[in-house]
Design a protein around this ligand. Structure first.
Ligand code: 9MG
Length: 256
């Protein structure tokens, strides 16, 4: 999954893709590099980020969704927590809603219940403005598993079938580096939910904090996550990620 942030303050790409044509070109580049999905987001979720208005988020993402849908043969994911944005995105038959708040904002469950899109339920402790203020877990895997159970149950009550759900531990969302790396190592401990898992480590602080080459380090982290059970990786740098996945596939094909 290639990341397309259409925010002015995104921590990794500095809002390069606010302009619709630049966004389209970048999406096309990621598609040509091998991305299967483009994840379009108009509300920054970096630590300390403020909320944007619904109108502003719609203004940022809708023209880009429309342009990509018209011009590129690629699946679209929309990174949003806002029910009105979800509803508007469904008019373009987007394939995935990627919600870092796991459909907890008012109206989100109901909006998604009206669609057939796949839904990413991500774990976050706190909110983007406070989440990195000394995050603490009494039982990291127990807390996340309980969270996933509750959100899967809430989806079921809203009439959303569990085969539409994807789980994401939310690297960097209310987690210290040691939490993030423990989650990569223990990703299999979420496998009993029987749902696909997605991860996003791309250029995040825990990665940048231990490596001079943040792109190589992101690829390595994602590859380890795939080995541990992830089936979707959300990345800025598609080409090196796809190259690494090709090697993994070749090795797996030759496994005895
Ligand atoms: C929007 N966004 C930023 N980081 C993310 C992550 O790790 N997972 C998901 N699902 N979305 C993310």
């Amino acid at each position: 999954m290639g990341i397309l942030n259409v925010t002015p303050d995104s921590f990794s790409d500095g809002g390069l893709f606010l302009d619709r044509d630049a966004a389209l070109r970048h999406a096309e580049m990621m598609m040509e590099a091998g991305a299967d999905v483009i994840d379009i987001g108009g509300e920054s979720t970096r630590p300390g980020a403020d909320r944007v208005s619904e109108a502003e988020e719609l203004d940022r993402v809708l023209p880009v969704i429309e342009a990509i849908r018209k011009r590129l043969p690629i699946a679209i994911s929309v990174d949003t927590s806002t029910a009105a944005v979800m509803a508007a995105a469904f008019e373009f038959n987007v394939e995935i809603i990627n919600d870092v708040r796991a459909l907890s904002r008012p109206g989100a469950l109901a909006a998604c219940g009206q669609s057939e899109a796949l839904l990413v339920l991500m774990h976050m402790q706190g909110t983007p403005s406070t989440m990195q203020d000394a995050p603490y877990y009494a039982d990291l895997f127990g807390d996340l598993n309980q969270f996933f159970e509750k959100r899967i149950e809430a989806c079921g009550l809203a009439g959303i079938a569990s085969d539409r759900l994807i789980l994401d531990p939310g690297f960097g969302f209310g987690k210290e580096a040691h939490h993030n790396f423990s989650l990569v190592a223990g990703l299999h401990r979420f496998a009993h939910h029987g749902l696909p898992m997605m991860v996003g480590l791309s250029r995040k602080r825990s990665i940048a904090g231990i490596a001079r080459d943040v792109i190589a380090a992101s690829v390595a982290g994602h590859l380890l996550a795939i080995q541990a059970g992830a089936s979707i990786v959300r990345v800025h740098d598609v080409e090196p990620m796809v190259s690494a996945i090709n090697v993994l596939r070749a090795v797996r094909e030759c496994e005895g």
